[in-house]
Ligand binder design. Sequence first.
Ligand SMILES: [Zn+2]
Ligand SMILES: [Zn+2]
Length: 339
Amino acid sequence: MLTLRKSKPGFGLDLFEGVEAPAPAAGDVTVRVEHAGICGSDVHAYEWTDGYGFMVPYLPITMGHEFAGYVVRAGAGVTMAEGTRVTVMPGVDCGVCANCLRGNQRNCLRRTAIGLSRNGGFARYVTVPAGNCLALPDAVDTELGALTEPLCVGAEAVLTGGVGLGDTVMVMGPGTIGQAAALFARAAGAGKVFVVGKADGPRFDVVRALGFDRILDVAEAPLAELMGGLKADVVIEATGYPPSVIDGLGVLRKGGVLVVAGIHPGPLTLPLTDFVRNRHQLRATHGCDRPTWDKVLTLLSRDPERFRPMITHRLPLERGIEGFELARQRAASKVMLRP
Ligand SMILES: [Zn+2]
Ligand SMILES: [Zn+2]
């Protein structure tokens, strides 16, 4: 079958014909992938920016960790019926390390990730542990199902920030994670939600289509000036640009929380005196907890069409490289590939 693979370190990906998905072993299922999204982190791996060297021992690898489809074959001991429509959680825990044995699977010491350290969803079929598959609610089709993973990442950032009723929330970065964070901040009862970007036309259009009109473009003026003295209770950073953390702290109220969700290619110089005097709380979020998946699927099934504008481009897998270029040049917001 056709797969979109990272074959070797360095820039680029390869469309590769020939590899097949293995028959499911006990506890595994083979999923027919219907939609697979291109994530910002996939683009980083495509460009081979700093921070993706961990993939080297696993290459060549079929990428794609945001996908949904249906079960075509179940291995021994699997109760999930063939034909079940599923979304797939990418984190695979080992089940036997000290943290897994304590019930703390999220912090598994030998965690692997579907699409980053084992074969993923940029292929017609992928074999994964059945425990990683979540049945989609009837109201959620597999295209929106493939959006679940980035929605969960945005939701987890909102939960990490402790967004509460009436809060002023600033989301930095208008990409898919930022869009998801804005949606779930609103769902959590935020009073005002600002979305910040820099000359981000196509993604600002999506943010507007999702019903947010407080859009701040830092290409026009510094952030503090655009905010006109208003401070945020919670800032969620989803830019992957280290200096944006400093800009975010500059508009955060005393005692407020800044959540770093972006994947950053370099270090941050943090002015510690202001940081301490303002008692700013700096938190990190990465991936998401299993219960968050259930919460997101519940919210997604309540109003699925609310989320659809996040998907801006749909391409067959054969045109995957074109999809990566659209995402890289920020001409697209979320690109969905159809294997
Ligand atoms: Zn992702
Ligand atoms: Zn483990």
